[in-house]
Design a protein around this ligand. Structure first.
Ligand code: T46
Length: 136
């Protein structure tokens, strides 16, 4: 079972000039098939509430702050704070995720697959069954 982890992207530049961060083949754990971004999420909204059968992703808060809770198949919850544009969170398949955003947050998602609704597990009870199976 793969675990979620933070990726430190290169941060090129300096305070007076600004910075460039780069995601490329050498520092990504999968081949990229899709990039999408979410923004303007109200602060009182919790998004996510699903897992994916196959999709792997990297989330980056290119602006603002994102609080992410990940539950892995061993039932363990891990919290991550994304608040820096040079930091990414790798989320393997079969992880239940919830996210809270500051209103100015812009979340970039680097994804291993095209969008496919059939890849989603949106019912927590379905996910819980996989957790139980993994732990027995
Ligand atoms: C994830 C977290 C971090 C599309 O039509 N195409 C797309 O590429 C995407 C990503 C979504 N959609 C549609 C499907 C739903 O009707 O947009 C709607 C909202 O998508 P979703 O429920 O996936 O939204 P979030 O913000 O809860 O989750 C998103 C990602 O989709 C998800 O994979 O891990 O961000």
């Amino acid at each position: 079972m793969k675990k979620p982890y933070l990726i430190a992207f290169p941060k090129i530049g300096e305070t007076l000039l600004g910075y460039i961060s780069v995601a490329e083949k050498e520092n990504l754990p999968f081949e990229v098939k899709r990039i999408y971004w979410t923004y303007f999420t109200p602060e009182n909204i919790i998004r996510g509430g699903h897992a994916h059968y196959q999709l792997e992703q990297i989330l980056v808060a290119v602006a603002g702050k994102i609080d992410v809770d990940i539950e892995t198949l061993d039932g363990v919850h891990t919290q991550f704070i994304l608040d820096s544009a040079d930091k990414g969170l790798f989320i393997p398949k079969l992880c239940w995720r919830t996210m809270k955003y500051t209103h100015n947050a812009v979340q970039m998602c680097i994804a291993s697959m095209a969008y496919q609704e059939s890849d989603y597990i949106r019912d927590y009870q379905e996910f819980a069954k996989l957790v139980t199976a993994e732990m027995s």
